[in-house]
Write a protein that binds this ligand. Structure first.
Ligand code: GSH
Length: 209
């Protein structure tokens, strides 16, 4: 297998953390997003969307999208499950993971890409160019404030994102918190539960990935 990665980008990092949790090692190719390598003809033959991560299997099959790659790896390396151990737990993991993606990951992306000078005309990742909309950046920052306060309430009764079970949702949440620093948002001091949870996750060696 081959993993198309970019060490500085949050999306492939989610896969790297999952791989570290499971002790999976895959040959990695770095795609330099700052240099625009994702938009070259050569890379668009690998992923027409011009995005990382991509997992290439030995038979040439290419899997794009963080969650598709993570689910595939979970299936072929089922030990140390990260997607839930029974139907109810799997449903809970998926539910909170979707919320973290939509309300956290997307909020930071909107806040960052709609206000950063280097992203003029690149307000969305992917093959099409979109102009920045400054109001979306403002809204992204507001959404992040709500993200932290909603998470505070959730973590008041959960050790991890789903009760006492560490899962892919914790990896997503952790990546959001560190990605939020790109827009100068850190966990508010008053969010003691989110701080507790974050430091608990940060202690895991996989987060160095
Ligand atoms: N929905 C995609 C999102 C992937 C994505 O946004 N990747 C970013 C890096 S974090 C990217 O490749 N950006 C390329 C660009 O900005 O042109 C997934 O889940 O994998």
């Amino acid at each position: 297998m081959k993993f198309y990665d970019c060490t500085t980008a949050p999306s492939p990092r989610r896969v790297r953390i999952l791989m570290a949790e499971k002790g999976i090692e895959i040959d990695t190719v770095q795609v330099d997003l700052m240099k625009g390598e994702q938009l070259t003809e050569e890379f668009r033959e690998i992923n027409p969307l011009g995005q990382v991560p991509v997992l290439e299997l030995d038979d040439g099959t290419r899997i794009t999208e963080v969650m598709a790659i993570c689910r595939y790896l979970e299936e072929i390396y089922p030990d140390n499950s990260l997607f839930g151990r029974d139907p109810v737990e799997r449903a809970k993991v998926e539910s909170i993971n979707d919320q973290l993606q939509a309300n956290g990951m997307v909020a930071v992306m909107e806040a960052f890409r709609n206000a950063t000078p280097g992203f003029v005309d690149r307000a969305m990742p992917g093959p099409h160019n979109y102009e920045q909309i400054p109001a979306l950046s403002e809204r992204g920052l507001l959404r992040l404030d709500n993200f932290f306060s909603d998470l505070e309430a959730h973590l008041a009764s959960n050790q991890y994102m789903v009760e006492d079970y560490f899962s892919i949702a914790d990896i997503t949440g952790f990546t959001v918190v560190e990605f939020a620093r790109w827009v100068k948002k850190s966990i508010p001091d008053e969010c003691s539960e989110v701080n507790r949870w974050y430091h608990q996750i940060k202690q895991r060696p996989s987060t160095a990935a």
